[in-house]
Design a protein around this ligand. Structure first.
Ligand SMILES: Nc1ncnc2c1ncn2[C@@H]1O[C@H](COP(=O)(O)OP(=O)(O)OP(=O)(O)O)[C@@H](O)[C@H]1O
Ligand SMILES: [Mg+2]
Length: 345
């Protein structure tokens, strides 16, 4: 387990003190894929680097598997780092070395013998599905292939922990998917803990188990990805997610609903239902319309998948007598994940 306890990181610069990480406390479970998300300058990379001791907290402490990183002697710190792999947005491969030489490099540094290195490199090339590119230099590899070399290299020394700083930001959507699937597989099959910085919410929703949201050095919130994405507690997270979803009722539909109901002189309200699972909600609407004397029209909807689990939102216009639509709303509210009234007349 990785544990951050009141971690503060300040940099002394010519222009003054930069307070990069402010009193951050949370934990990262073993064998999970953990996302850290936040705007540029939020302190994500700085925080990540405290895990392998590349950055030292000004106060507070980071504990990895029960050992406080700042208390390690220089020999212990070297050992600690040996089993932590790191990959980067721009891959950071050695351009004068082939794929297999890049992967062999940390093994050489660790003093492994030739036969061991050869066996391990073969294993790693296979793991990242790059055996046919073993003799290629980085310049001859695609972005996705370079990142796979980066991953193999990061895993060389029996790595139990993989730190990823924007590993897919330089890749196209298709390649991003392949790399994320690979990271997921490493976590599930090899039990590796993956800590992944990204500014893309889709990366988090597709691959991470848990997430920490950071802003201006602070931890905004953290939790299970599905919980945070479907039920964010903090304003900052809500805004961040709204930007991604950009999911609202199109103006034309809203205008039409207003116009039609005004002409009919009926009371109406538009509610948003958030539901988990994709099948149940239809029967709820069906049962509801049989039970109550009100019009119930679905005007807009969307289902997305967060870590493979469906999360749906549906905009429904209720129309009829005021009290009856109120009863409909509370009936629905009891049967969905959450509900809010967006507009009412
Ligand atoms: N070595 C350093 N010396 C001085 N300031 C630094 C140093 N490293 C980072 N900072 C500052 O600390 C703050 C946080 O930087 P950090 O790189 O951790 O952010 P980030 O969330 O990773 O941003 P990005 O998404 O752009 O990579 C920034 O204001 C940055 O300028
Ligand atoms: Mg960064």
């Amino acid at each position: 387990m990785i544990s951050f306890q009141n971690v503060d990181v300040r940099f002394e610069t010519e222009g003054g003190v930069v307070h990069a990480v402010k009193d951050v406390s949370f934990e990262i479970a073993d064998r999970s894929v953990f996302g850290i998300i936040g705007a540029s300058g939020a302190g994500k990379s700085t925080l990540l680097r405290t895990i392998n001791g590349l950055e030292k907290p000004t106060s507070g402490q980071v504990t990895v598997d029960g050992r406080v990183v700042r208390n390690l002697s220089s020999r212990e710190l070297r050992e600690h780092r040996e089993h932590i792999g790191m990959i980067f947005q721009h891959f950071n491969l050695i351009s004068s070395k082939t794929a297999e030489q890049n992967i062999a490099y940390p093994l050489k540094i660790a003093g492994r013998n030739k036969a061991f290195i050869k066996g391990r490199v073969d294993e790693l090339l296979k793991l990242v599905d790059l055996e046919e590119k073993r003799h290629a230099y980085p310049a001859k590899l695609s972005g996705g292939q370079k990142q796979r070399v980066g991953i193999a290299r990061a895993l060389a020394n029996n790595t139990g922990l993989l730190l990823c700083d924007e590993p897919t930001s330089a890749l196209d959507a298709e390649t991003t998917k392949i790399i994320l699937q690979l990271l997921r597989r490493l976590s599930e099959d090899l039990g590796i803990t993956v800590v992944l910085i990204t500014h893309e919410l889709d990366v988090v929703s597709s691959v991470c188990d848990s997430v920490a949201v950071m802003s201006e050095g602070r931890l905004v919130e953290t939790g299970d990805v599905y919980d945070v994405f479907t039920n964010p507690r903090e304003e900052y997270t809500k805004k961040l997610l709204e930007m991604r979803n950009d999911f609202r009722i199109p103006d034309e539909i809203l205008d039409r609903t207003r116009r039609v109901n005004a002409e009919r002189g009926m009371y109406w309200r538009i509610i948003r239902l958030n539901f988990i699972g994709d099948a149940a909600n239809e029967s709820v609407i069906y049962r509801c319309s049989k039970q109550f004397d009100a019009e119930i029209n679905v005007i807009h909807g969307k289902i997305e998948y967060i870590r493979g689990k469906p999360y749906g939102r549906m905009f429904v216009c209720l129309c009829g007598e005021r009290e009856e639509t109120g009863r409909v709303a509370s009936y629905l509210s009891d049967r969905v994940y959450s509900m809010e009234t967006l507009y009412e007349q």
